[in-house]
Ligand binder design. Structure first.
Ligand SMILES: NC(=O)c1ccc[n+]([C@@H]2O[C@H](COP(=O)([O-])OP(=O)(O)OC[C@H]3O[C@@H](n4cnc5c(N)ncnc54)[C@H](OP(=O)(O)O)[C@@H]3O)[C@@H](O)[C@H]2O)c1
Length: 305
């Protein structure tokens, strides 16, 4: 099969190459998915799981990409809950070969049914951004209607999901980002926008929940804005700051079939819009994933026409 591989951690996305690899075999509880579209988070090449296995051994050449939408083509021993020919989407294991390829072996529990009226490219854009937003807001942030959310990077892949899901849950959303992102963040439902390059973050006043996708100084200054009993949720590493009277939580997104179902249902009924940046083919992927100018939105590969 055709697949993108990486072997050189220092090279980042520039080290990606398109090669021929053996098709994966299905282990216990696995399925093989014929991938139709994949999502990619450029920062994943900085994650240790791209380079080593769970015992810390080198696992290169590794196939990056953890989001997929496709059709089940084979079942492993003992696999239940999905069937050959079924349309699925989901989040692949961080430590196994991923989804920038024509096929992937993946545990069935990491997949959810993809309804027939949802395009594969849309399905592939949802798992990481949708589940991260869902789990950060509801599982870790315990968001309640009437609370306020500071959604950093609100025009980004995760941030647009955070904004929409928080609004639907009855929260007041203040988005942040670069000056050029203002209109996009407002279009996705942010009620205010803070341009982190020109506005004073501190003018926001108090908020109940900070959803951090940036870290560093922005995270530290945001912690100071959190009201008593509020929460800082971050997805970019261990928290570097804590609210004076609240919680700081970091987490790595996990696949969840029921949550994937909630997310895709919202896409179908118009409550949730996805934020696809560009769609490239597998043959064009190395160039597309190494853009020479700023791209916004989620990069998607269409693996099959
Ligand atoms: N722990 C987890 O489970 C998990 C899950 C998903 C994502 N993540 C992480 O979350 C981060 C965001 O992911 P994503 O897919 O949403 O990325 P994304 O689509 O690039 O969104 C991030 C947004 O924040 C903006 N931004 C970043 N730094 C900024 C700054 N200093 N000032 C103003 N705006 C800034 C970006 O603008 P520019 O593009 O111009 O920088 C972009 O619009 C990544 O680091 C990713 O690895 C973690």
């Amino acid at each position: 099969m055709k697949a993108i591989v990486v072997t050189d951690e220092a090279a980042g996305t520039a080290g990606m190459t398109l090669v021929e690899r053996p098709e994966p075999a299905a282990a216990i509880n696995d399925v093989i998915v014929e991938i139709h579209a994949s999502g990619f988070v450029p920062t994943e090449l900085a994650w240790p799981s791209t380079w080593s296995d769970r015992r810390g051994r080198d696992r290169t050449p590794s196939i990056p990409g953890h989001e997929l939408a496709g059709v089940v083509s084979a079942l492993g021993y003992g696999t239940a809950g999905v069937s050959v020919g079924q349309r699925v989407f989901g989040l692949a294991d961080w430590y196994r070969d991923g989804t920038l390829a024509e096929y992937v072996a993946i545990e069935a529990r990491n997949l959810a049914p993809l309804p027939g009226d949802v395009e594969f490219t849309v399905g592939a854009s949802l798992p990481i951004s949708g589940l991260t937003a869902w789990q950060g807001l509801f599982d870790h942030g315990h968001l309640q209607a009437g609370q306020s959310v500071l959604a950093h990077g609100a025009a980004g892949a995760v941030g647009t999901m955070v904004t929409q899901l928080a609004r639907e849950a009855g929260a007041y959303v203040i988005g942040t980002g670069r000056a050029a992102d203002r209109q996009k963040a407002l279009d996705f439902g942010a009620q205010e926008f803070v341009d982190l390059e020109n506005d004073a973050l501190e003018d926001v006043g108090g908020v109940d929940l900070v959803f951090d996708v940036i870290g560093g100084d922005i995270q530290k200054r945001s912690a100071g804005l959190i009201r008593s009993g509020g929460t800082l949720v971050t997805v970019v590493g261990l928290p570097e700051a804590r609210p004076a009277d609240g919680l700081a939580v970091d987490f790595v997104v996990e696949s969840d079939r029921a949550q994937l179902g909630e997310i895709v249902q919202r896409v179908r009924d118009g409550r949730l819009r996805t934020n696809i940046g560009y769609v490239a083919t597998l043959d064009d992927a190395v160039a597309a994933l190494n853009p020479t100018e700023r791209h916004t939105g989620k990069p998607i590969l269409r693996i099959r026409p």
